[in-house]
Design a protein around this ligand. Structure first.
Ligand code: ADP
Length: 266
């Protein structure tokens, strides 16, 4: 046997081993094992209460697991230094209407070079932000107050802001939670474009497989543990998924019209 023909194992963007988290005395994550290869666009799904947010918080170093390990970007646990290479897009940003920043200002404070935008000409700021702004198609929104944006516009601004630091791993928490149904197709199209162009790893966290399966190359179904993983079609039809989630989790095929409410509603 020629050892040179052995395929090299792909680098993992996320590697989680036996992660356990208890909250308020209840086991929430009960030994999660997860390996996501670098460069993929994958989905992490599970019904409400299955531990998605808790897992995300652990990945982002915001919650310390009771036991188990997390290894990010083939480097180590989620330290603040390593997390600079990770982008996060939250479900929603609770904004007070009195939040006065314009989109330009909101984006500028995210970058060290433009953080002092007060003293910089608009032109300088726009040059610095240009790439991510053009990519997420928010150029026309730069002068608008962030608080006045629609759900879809705000999501694009949040993704744009997460791209400013050139992340290698992008975590999106229920990315269409604040977007009305007609906007969802465009939204995933945009993320897929970003993924293709930047060759980064994208993890879409969603309660609804039907929303993400067209773009994810692999799906991980969470229910305290990863109860099922594979190609979207496989996971959708998996008996183990039906058993774990019960009959209410019946992802439907994604056509041009949408089933009102979906499996769990939004
Ligand atoms: P998901 O994001 O999939 O909806 P979460 O990770 O938010 O799931 O929650 C998983 C479970 O942990 C839920 O049953 C929730 O009620 C419980 N939980 C979340 N936060 C806390 C907390 N601070 N104290 C006690 N239980 C919690």
């Amino acid at each position: 046997m020629d050892i040179a023909f052995r395929p090299r194992p792909a680098v993992a963007a996320i590697e989680v081993l036996d992660l356990q988290v208890r909250l308020g005395g209840n086991p929430v994550l009960q030994g999660v094992r997860l390996r996501i290869e670098a460069g993929r666009m994958v989905a992490l799904i599970g019904p409400n209460g299955s531990g998605k947010t808790t897992l995300l918080r652990c990945l982002l170093g915001l919650h310390r697991p009771d036991s188990g390990s997390i290894h990010l970007l083939d480097e180590g646990p989620p330290t603040p230094h390593l997390l600079r290479r990770v982008g996060y897009v939250p479900q929603r940003l609770p904004l007070d209407p009195s939040f006065l920043l314009t989109v330009r200002e909101f984006l500028a404070i995210r970058r060290p070079r433009t953080a002092g935008w007060f003293w910089r000409p608009t032109r300088f700021v726009d040059d610095q932000l240009h790439e991510a702004v053009a990519e997420m198609d928010v150029t026309r929104l730069l002068d608008r107050p962030v608080a006045g944006l629609s759900g879809g516009q705000l999501q694009r601004v949040l993704i744009c802001s997460s791209l400013l630091n050139d992340p290698e791993l992008l975590l999106l928490d229920e990315p269409t939670a604040g977007v009305d149904t007609p906007g969802e197709e465009d939204f995933y199209g945009l993320i897929a474009e970003v993924h293709r162009r930047r060759h980064l790893t994208v993890v879409l966290v969603s309660h609804d497989l039907s929303m993400v399966y067209r773009h994810a190359s692999r799906v991980y179904a969470l229910n305290g543990v990863i109860c099922c993983e594979g190609a979207p079609e496989e996971v959708m039809n998996a008996e183990s998924l039906r058993q774990a989630y019960g009959i209410h989790f019946t992802p439907y095929h994604h056509h041009h019209h949408h089933h009102p409410g979906g499996a769990h509603g939004a």
